[in-house]
Design a protein around this ligand. Structure first.
Ligand SMILES: CC(C)(COP(=O)(O)OP(=O)(O)OC[C@H]1O[C@@H](n2cnc3c(N)ncnc32)[C@H](O)[C@@H]1OP(=O)(O)O)[C@@H](O)C(=O)NCCC(=O)NCCS
Length: 381
């Protein structure tokens, strides 16, 4: 390795590219998409408009929004062969494995050959983004022995997802909360799955292959999946009165508390602030405060203990999101697929950006293997 090159395990602290899509100010707990604070997008935008912003770099005007929304909504439904594939997918497999396979499969069900080419415009393969929600909803219903509920073009993306899962139109506030949760998860810089998408795109592979690879990266428990583990802890704790004993046990065994801490945020994750408000709203509307009480006590007690040790740690987005999804009636196995249904917009944006000024990703490694040695015939080994 040349002397000037430094080694950073896991590429920590390594700047691997330039991007104008997302800015994270971890010290102050700020997140921006294309310069817009996440709080403003959460309050005023929706998933379709945020997807437009990520893909085109600017907020749309009325005409642009209407045509984009029409394109996204009309590409939500799945063709019969794709539905048949979902129906036939082994029940024991995880829906993230299904999503990874379906994305590759979808590339065979598009009209224009251009979609198969490495130079295709991801803005033309919007159906990939729109259909992830439909795939996960169809998988859920088939698993429950129910029929597929075709998407409703008159509903926003979040409301439609709940509709396809339940077969009934959700309340207005449920659709709004689901949609905003998708906005909050749509983009987050050079995280592992986005970096994966960019690495694959940098080889001039297709955007289907890039998205499918990103799905694989998101599936891992160190990336997606922490909110599922938060909810396991909440179920185990059972009531706010048991939080102290739970923390005594976990911290004595040097276990990490799920949903707490972040590699980049050294303040409360701004997405967790929005999710906490949603949890409060849902708890009130459904008159079910159990999750909220446990999580608030867990946050208070954990943060107090960590402050005492001089390690200030704050909730990340996953701390409250699992409880929000649970109160919306969504089973834990769908939490990571829902993350994927949102992050697909960020992945597409990054693939587009990668292609504008492409350079193949090809890092070096330090060789730790054997010195040169010589081949011995098998009968002499
Ligand atoms: C996200 C995470 C991997 C970041 O880890 P990190 O970059 O090593 O975090 P920090 O360097 O800020 O950690 C500072 C200290 O707090 C501890 N710490 C961090 N998160 C902790 C947690 N959730 N529970 C208990 N201790 C924690 C670290 O072990 C470290 O202790 P040390 O100084 O004695 O070694 C880690 O916080 C974690 O595992 N959190 C739980 C999983 C989770 O919620 N993941 C979703 C992320 S969006």
């Amino acid at each position: 390795m040349p002397e000037a090159v430094t080694y950073a395990k896991g590429l920590e602290g390594v700047v691997a590219g330039e991007s104008r899509i997302c800015r994270i100010d971890g010290q102050n707990g700020k997140l921006y998409y294309l310069g817009y604070p996440i709080e403003e997008l959460a309050a005023s935008s929706d998933f379709e408009e945020t997807t437009y912003l990520l893909l085109y770099g600017e907020l749309p005007d009325n005409r642009q929004m209407a045509s984009f929304s029409e394109r996204m909504r009309s590409s939500r439904d799945l063709s019969e062969p794709v539905l048949a594939m979902i129906r036939a997918f082994p029940r024991v497999a995880h829906p993230m494995e299904l999503l990874q396979s379906v994305i590759s499969y979808l590339s065979g069900y598009v009209e224009h050959r251009i979609h198969h080419s490495a130079t295709c415009n991801c803005r033309d393969t919007l159906h990939q983004g729109a259909q992830v929600a439909t795939v996960l909803a169809a998988w859920h219903r088939f698993r429950e022995g129910l029929e597929h509920v075709p998407p409703r073009p008159d509903l926003g993306h979040g409301a439609n997802l709940l509709y396809m899962l339940r077969g009934e139109e959700p309340e207005e506030y449920e659709g709004r909360i689901m949609d905003t949760a998708l906005v909050l998860h749509a983009e987050h810089g050079f995280n592992a799955s986005t970096f994966t998408a960019r690495v694959v795109a940098s080889t001039m592979s297709t955007c289907y292959c890039s998205i499918s690879a990103a799905m694989g990266a998101l599936y891992g428990s160190l990336h997606g999946g922490a909110n599922e583990r938060v909810m396991k802890a909440v179920e185990e704790i059972g009531s706010a009165a048991n939080v102290k004993r739970f923390l005594d046990n976990e911290l004595d065994r040097a276990h990490k508390i799920m949903g707490m801490g972040h590699r980049i945020y050294k303040a409360k994750d701004p997405r967790a602030v929005v999710m906490e408000k949603f949890l409060e709203e849902l708890s009130g509307r459904k008159n079910d405060y159990r999750y909220l009480e446990i999580l608030k006590e867990l946050e208070r007690d954990f943060r107090a203990r960590m402050e005492e040790k001089g390690k200030p740690l704050y909730p990340n987005v996953d701390f409250f999101s699992g409880a929000v999804y649970s109160l919306l009636g969504i089973p834990a196995i769908l939490f990571t697929p829902i993350f994927a249904a949102a992050r697909v917009s960020g992945w597409l944006a990054h693939i587009l950006e990668q292609r504008v000024d492409n350079r193949l990703y090809r890092p070096a490694s330090i060789y730790t293997g054997a010195e040169e040695r010589h081949y011995v015939q098998i009968e002499k080994r």
